[in-house]
Design a protein around this ligand. Sequence first.
Ligand code: FAD
Length: 406
Amino acid sequence: MNHTVDTIIIGAGASGLFCAFNLASFGKSVLVLDHANKAGKKILMSGGGRCNFINRQVEPRHFISQNPHFVKSALSKYGSDDFIDLVNRHGIAYHEREHGQLFCDDSAKDILDMLLKQCQDFGVGIHLHTVIDSIRATDDNGFALQTTHKKDGTATTYHCQHLVVATGGLSIPTLGASGFGYQVASQFGHSIVPTEAALVPFTFTDATGDLIKSQAGLSLDVTASNDKISFTLPLLFTHRGLSGPAMLQLSNYWHLGESITINLAPQTDIAALLLTAKKSHPKQLIRTALAGVLPKKLLTALENHLWQAHKETELANLKDDTLRQIATLLNAWTLKPSGTEGYRVAEVTRGGVDTRDVSGKTMESRLKPNLYFIGEVLDVTGWLGGYNFAWAWASGYACAESIGMK
Ligand code: FAD
């Protein structure tokens, strides 16, 4: 079988679907190919099933890339208000949570249905179960894709003038994630910034790991930082390690072997508190002075782990320096994660197609005309909070506009 269209988009995820109907609105024939049995699987899983589809405030500082300027043009062309308008036009009910995050009231399916309806209205074809066996550049500056249908084995050759790679990152392979986009990029001479799981919980081995496990289920507001950035957000202790928004955000900026610092009581200067208590209540133990600052169970675990030798000593008998050191352990608890929970649970992939060889205005390859990369396959990683979808929409739009205006 043979099939010819103006543009083929590989990947029926957030960026692919969004780009598809925007491009079709310019009158171009668009076909989306995906190897999965369903479009937009990650959208359905996102935001705990409610899809944090955008953030009210989207700025370049919310993204990590080896080239931090890359996102600027696309974000300025298509911002939060544009997407919110679209959601409003489709009558989707949503609400705002802390830090400007917008979530569906009912279900993430509302967002996927909206994208699919837009695709249908503009005549976008979506072929699922389609495995792309090979891609070849044709003499007319277009592309030929050799595919096999997963279910019936039908072989099809697709021809297109423009090829858009929207295959996402490596996170959650069970949702269809693959490294195919990186392969296509490499085939056409692009380099790949090494990929790592991001927006992902940390794991710990040894005694710290045991301490953390013993607190599984506990959540508290902390300031988590490293030498690059700091976030004041909830931390969650789990049976596997440390999770919660504070850890997920920090994981975007973490590399194996690096330490992280957690201020367990960001509202309290613990050194000042202990030194004052030493004067006012000299017979108190450290844990009594800190009751109310940290949960009791955590305090007990920490004293056994961090200041066992002093736990039954009255404050009056502890040197000021010792109290200051203990305070530092709590206001700046320094930990070395042994790793992360990896792609199995990571929300995103850091790294990807190097943006230096892609136009930030059009998402077109600088190495191969008519080849485009959008969404997470690129070396652009957003913070937690709706920023990864913001990038999917903005990059998808920039690409659609560029091809559409040709
Ligand atoms: P995807 O949406 O991942 O789409 C890629 C598509 O390409 C998939 O359909 C896949 O099947 C297809 N594909 C892959 N390989 C091939 C191949 N070889 N051949 C054919 N097709 C292929 N971001 C937010 O902003 N807010 C959230 O609330 C949020 N929640 C999340 C929750 C979870 C559990 C996860 C995993 C991610 C979440 N994200 C969230 C991140 C967000 O989902 C992604 O950043 C976004 O979907 C990326 O869009 P994309 O189009 O680049 O890739």
